[in-house]
Design a protein around this ligand. Sequence first.
Ligand code: ATP
Length: 204
Amino acid sequence: MTYAIGLTGGIGSGKTTVANLFAAHGIAIIDTDAIAHGITAPGGAAMPAIRRTFGDAFVAPDGSLDRARMRELVFADNDAKARLEAITHPLIRTECERAAADASGPYLIFVVPLLVESGTWRERVQRILVVDCPEETQIARVMARNQFSREQVLAIMARQATRAQRLAVADDVVDNDTQHAALTSRVDHLHAHYLKLSENAGGQ
Ligand code: ATP
């Protein structure tokens, strides 16, 4: 099995930005958020079970998940959240493994926003890479990007692991409270490190 890095970080920390820099080295990026989006798009693999479990009211006219409505429900109802995840998580995992089997290259990267919160993901990867920045930086970025209020960003952050919890399980950290040039050189360095590690591990 190809050597796998799990890339994680809080909302707005810069996971996508960092993943793109690894992709520029030709490394396969498997993004669990993109996969989650795909299985709840029109005709997506999760949609029949979502319709059966939650009813037509949660399916948009085009056959995709009514995201706003579902977000509202699961925010208020932990049981509904568990039922949704029981549908989506196994499908996401299957899609990830399919993508991993198709990937070529010395190692691959799974981008998993809630990796620290998930025991199974932590077991799946050889190494955990945390993209880190101060909470105030996360808040400012997400407010600017999504036009969210400070309170909205804080509410999302409250449902994620803390910065300290993520750093406690990190094998490697990318400090992303920085300029782009510094970020690029940090990723270049990590890429060289992962090439060596994957070679030593007998990766393809
Ligand atoms: P999410 O958890 O919401 O998916 P993410 O962790 O993938 O976010 P990005 O989308 O990479 O984070 O970055 C969040 C925002 O901050 C984007 O608008 C991005 O352009 C900006 N950003 C990321 N890194 C930097 C940086 N080093 N300097 C300035 N802006 C940055």
